[in-house]
Design a protein around this ligand. Sequence first.
Ligand SMILES: NC(=O)c1ccc[n+]([C@@H]2O[C@H](COP(=O)([O-])OP(=O)(O)OC[C@H]3O[C@@H](n4cnc5c(N)ncnc54)[C@H](O)[C@@H]3O)[C@@H](O)[C@H]2O)c1
Length: 277
Amino acid sequence: MKIGVLGSGIMGNGIAQVMAASNNQVTLVDISEEVLKRAEATIRKSLTKLSQKNPSIDPEQVLSRLNFSINKQDLQDADLVIEAITENIEAKKAVFRELDQLCNPKTILASNTSSFTIKEMSDVTERADRVCGMHFFNPVPLMDLVEISATNETSGETIQTAERLVNQMNKESILVRDTPLFVVNRLLVPMICEAIALVEDGTATPVDIDKGMKLGANHPIGPLRLADMIGLDTMLHVQESLFERTHDSKYRVPNLLREMVEKGELGKKSGKGFYQY
Ligand SMILES: NC(=O)c1ccc[n+]([C@@H]2O[C@H](COP(=O)([O-])OP(=O)(O)OC[C@H]3O[C@@H](n4cnc5c(N)ncnc54)[C@H](O)[C@@H]3O)[C@@H](O)[C@H]2O)c1
């Protein structure tokens, strides 16, 4: 298939890579040549690393199926375009409007958004039956799941095409009704926030909470170590948006999370979170 990926950040690069590695012709679009040069280098490095473990991967062959462009016009005859730009709803609506005008009427438009509903984007198009969510996980080449989300208007054919593509990438999909945070983050983020609330009220230390969930619930990594890896600023943003959207007190933001973000304790990336790095 001809696949377009809009946004060559952490997620867009990974999505373009796995789409090209599964024999699709991919065009990756971003706003500057400089960003795209970095994207190409990132993808080459990732493919080279993967090919050392799996010699059937030929980095140059995969790269030959990838085009890099700063021109959205190059997406007009794609079978499917996945939007993976910055998490900003006005920016996302603007590109959905633009892609709807630009692309072939048959093109499916998908979004990799984490916190917005797909309906917010499909509502600005005239092809709501061909809009769905395809939510990948970071790092895309290593994570096996894609959440496919459907609004009431998404057609069965659109869902089947998305499912087929996921299978082709040797990944698995789950089908989710279009709701804030879909399934995985909807369960994961409040659980992490509850763990933060337990630190805040002195129930247990981060080390013991993580040990509890690893040994008692068989999680491969404890919730607070995971929060540090995701970034506490991202955690705050996501839980805040969940609370704003649902007004459900079970999604309240723990004070400790706000305080740590205000102090610049963002987790691994800042050198300090619940642990020191
Ligand atoms: N990072 C994660 O772990 C993760 C996981 C799942 C989903 N997501 C979602 O994926 C999307 C992208 O996240 P990311 O972490 O890759 O972001 P990022 O900031 O790494 O990359 C975003 C890219 O989009 C580009 N961009 C912005 N506006 C654009 C436009 N109008 N046209 C073309 N390109 C544009 C930017 O130049 C940048 O390269 C977001 O919706 C995010 O919520 C992120």
